[in-house]
Design a protein around this ligand. Structure first.
Ligand SMILES: Nc1nc2c(c(=O)[nH]1)N=C([C@H](O)[C@H](O)COP(=O)(O)OP(=O)(O)OP(=O)(O)O)CN2
Length: 151
């Protein structure tokens, strides 16, 4: 697929890593940059892979829930407490730590489903053309660390 576009969003989120030996097992936060790349063989009627706004809307539908939220392994002994206390601002990661790798995979799988659904609806203000392919999702955790998940 010769054409490729990317969109980047930033979210503020907290987490802790139950399996980490160091400080990352304690609650802490990150300004996370999420970069998604989609590809296409040909351009649409607007001479685009797809409108950047379409990509932003598709990503935001899901990622807004992670903004100013706390990502937590459901196996954490404190999970029930956090969920009762902070309700929808606690994002459950089922029996897995919310590492950058797991976040990248979760975002990839969810965005792929969203793009497929929205490509069936040409009446959207910013439609997703059929034939576009989600190539990769990169989650940047700190100034020096990122993880990527790709097709
Ligand atoms: N492969 C992964 N390793 C680590 C993850 C992760 O998601 N995937 N996450 C963490 C912690 O969340 C930590 O906050 C970030 O790690 P790190 O880059 O080590 O952060 P530092 O600011 O301490 O980096 P320095 O370069 O050492 O200052 C840990 N590992």
């Amino acid at each position: 697929m010769p054409y490729r576009i990317a969109k980047t969003l930033t979210i503020e989120s907290g987490h802790l890593l139950t399996k980490h030996r160091g400080r990352c097992r304690f609650p802490h936060g990150h300004s996370r940059t999420v970069e998604v790349v989609i590809a296409a063989d040909q351009l649409d009627a607007n001479d685009m892979v797809c409108d950047f706004k379409a990509l932003k809307h598709a990503l935001n539908e899901f990622l807004d829930r992670w903004d100013h939220a706390f990502c937590l392994n459901t196996a954490d002994p404190q999970f029930a407490f956090f969920q009762q206390t902070y309700a929808e601002r606690v994002i459950p990661f089922v029996a897995t730590d919310p590492t950058s790798e797991v976040m990248a995979r979760t975002i990839f799988d969810t965005l792929q489903r969203t793009l497929q659904e929205q490509a069936q609806d040409p009446t959207r203000e910013y439609p997703i053309p059929t034939g576009v392919r989600l190539e990769r999702v990169r989650v940047t955790e700190t100034a020096t660390s990122w993880a990527e998940y790709s097709a």
